[in-house]
Design a protein around this ligand. Structure first.
Ligand code: ZN
Length: 139
């Protein structure tokens, strides 16, 4: 069974409990790595400058403590293999729905490849294929 590295676990521990529960379940079935949890001002400024985030500090979902967002990639990471990111995300969102239905997490999860959560990816404007967040508007 795949397991998180200490680095991934440490990053995941900076995230909302629902995200921790979700990805501790996902890792049992699909090897993945936590790229980023909480982001302080310097990290958010860098992400904004690099075009990896559209929000300035402290408005990003990664900026709260605990972080309401987490960036996760399938392992090993291949930034050019976009299909694998979507495949992984579908897997994660399916598990998230099941955990929510079972009352093990309390929020829906929103994905950066489908911001409006309509399960249609061709209408998505800003692609953030590693980003999963607590959907505070869809409790
Ligand atoms: Zn993110």
């Amino acid at each position: 069974m795949p397991k998180f590295s200490q680095t991934s676990l440490s990053k995941l521990s900076t995230c909302h409990i629902d995200l921790q529960i979700l990805f501790k379940e996902v890792i049992k079935y699909f090897d993945c790595q936590i790229l980023e949890g909480h982001r302080g001002q310097a990290a958010q400024d860098a992400a904004y400058a690099a075009g990896n985030s559209q929000l300035k500090y402290p408005n990003g979902k990664h900026n709260s403590i605990l972080s309401n967002a987490v960036d996760v990639s399938p392992y090993p990471i291949d930034w050019n293999n976009h299909k694998r990111f979507y495949w992984f995300a579908g897997y994660c969102l399916g598990i998230a729905q099941k955990l929510k239905d079972e009352g093990k997490i309390t929020h829906k999860i929103r994905y950066g490849g489908d911001w409006d959560s309509d399960k249609e990816i061709t209408d998505n404007k800003f692609q953030d294929l590693v980003h999963f967040e607590i959907n505070v508007t869809r409790i």
